[in-house]
Design a protein around this ligand. Structure first.
Ligand SMILES: Nc1ncnc2c1ncn2[C@@H]1O[C@H](COP(=O)(O)OP(=O)(O)OP(=O)(O)O)[C@@H](O)[C@H]1O
Ligand SMILES: CC(=O)N[C@H]1[C@@H]2OC[C@@H](O2)[C@@H](O)[C@@H]1O[C@H](C)C(=O)O
Length: 367
């Protein structure tokens, strides 16, 4: 056994496919051997984004987009193997999340495309996929799943520690000594920020939060957004593009009869992300010795500054200070979920997702 696993994640930001080659051992260690990110070709990104909303001929288009996703992922896996001089049969399994097109825990399903059988065929490696549906079948949200990995790898037995993954959406993991971990999606992370800057400046994201920094926070708009019941609901809870989207923002601008400068809206959206995370930390993790950020949002210096400001008594840093590169945490987590499945071990935390019990997650597509 090589204990080598590949984790593949492409999240709700739709920026690209993250692939992490990882070695696990029973000593609760995850060694990141190598990783890469494959940006989506523009057409595939647009198609996947469009498939996140109801549209024409969706089933055929989703079938094709899933295959294109698998071909791109397989190229990345093979590239990673080549540059590490590894053969396919040296990899125990790939853990592939796929691309979420719909997340409806209230209806009992969460749907990811990513043609896992094709990925197994093209890579010659066993693929484990469809990680969310067993948790949903057991009455859970099917998300967030990464808290189980955070808990396995980064729990501190002496002090309360909080991890926040800021991707398209943001999720929290609170680990308090002697207690089960708490975790949930706090709300939007970068998704509204990316959409707004794309609409006004044609950029895919607001590098370092510089554009947001140039604007003025609009108090009335911020209050109206923070009033949304999602932020006040108790967990288990998870969310997605079905709920927080451009129309959600536009409805508030319209209702308040506001037409702020675009950079003021960007500043307010960044503040929404920061305040919703800070609220979740204050409510569930006020005694944390530290808040550690991972995901693409860890690169947004303005967002980190605002979080530190809103949480003056807690040190805010990134998971780099815990030895895990913030950009690869989620991909490593999906390698870990494959490792758990291979061993017949549960991948979910029922206290986090709300499932009736711990379940082995994933469907296996042999090599
Ligand atoms: N230098 C940067 N400055 C500001 N924001 C950044 C920077 N780098 C990345 N980001 C943000 O991070 C996002 C990507 O984050 P990530 O890859 O963690 O998302 P994801 O995995 O798609 O999302 P999710 O965790 O919701 O599934 C980008 O869309 C962008 O908004
Ligand atoms: C349905 C879905 O794809 N949800 C993502 C999304 O991105 C962040 C947050 O919303 C989280 O719930 C989840 O991803 C991570 C990997 C998770 O399940 O932990």
């Amino acid at each position: 056994m090589t204990n080598l696993y590949v984790g593949i994640m492409s999240g709700t930001s739709l920026d690209g496919i993250d692939i992490a080659l990882t070695r696990f051992n029973a000593g609760r260690q995850a060694e990141l051997v190598d990783a890469l990110c494959l940006p989506f070709p523009v057409q595939l990104r647009e198609e996947l984004l469009s498939l996140c909303q109801p549209g024409d001929d969706e089933l055929r288009r989703a079938g094709l987009a899933g295959q294109a996703w698998a071909r791109l992922a397989a190229d990345g896996v093979l590239r990673l193997l080549r540059r590490n001089q590894l053969a396919a049969d040296q990899i125990e399994a790939i853990g592939s999340h796929g691309q979420t097109l719909r997340h409806h825990p209230e209806l009992g399903f969460s749907w990811q495309v990513g043609a896992p059988a094709l990925l197994a065929e093209l890579s010659g490696i066993r693929v484990i996929s469809d990680f969310r549906s067993r948790d949903l079948a057991a009455g859970g949200e099917g998300a967030p799943l990464v808290p189980a990995f955070h808990d396995w790898l980064l729990r501190d037995n002496e002090a309360c520690r909080t991890l926040v993954n800021i991707g398209g959406f943001a999720n929290l993991t609170v680990m308090r000594p002697g207690e089960p971990a708490v975790g949930f999606d706090s709300g939007p992370g970068n998704v509204l920020l990316d959409d707004w800057i794309n609409l006004h400046l044609g950029k895919s994201f607001d590098s370092n939060g510089d554009w947001a920094r140039s604007g003025q926070i609009q108090a009335e708009l911020l209050r109206s957004m923070l009033d949304d019941p999602y932020f006040h609901r108790q967990g288990p809870k998870s969310t997605g593009r079905e709920y927080f989207h451009r129309t959600w923002l536009n409805a508030r601008l319209k209702q308040l009869d506001l037409a702020p400068e675009p950079q003021d809206v960007q500043a307010t959206l960044l503040e929404l992300t920061a305040q919703s995370i800070a609220h979740a930390v204050r409510t569930h993790a006020a005694d944390s010795e530290g808040v550690f950020i991972c995901g693409g949002g860890a690169n947004n210096t303005r967002l980190l500054e605002r979080l530190q400001n809103l949480l003056p008594s807690i040190t805010v840093s990134t998971t780099a200070s815990l030895g895990v590169h913030p950009d690869w945490m989620e991909a490593i987590a999906f390698a870990w979920l494959a490792w758990r499945c291979q061993q017949g071990l549960p991948g979910n935390l029922p206290d986090v997702t709300g499932a009736k019990g711990a379940r082995v997650l994933g469907a296996i597509y042999p090599a």
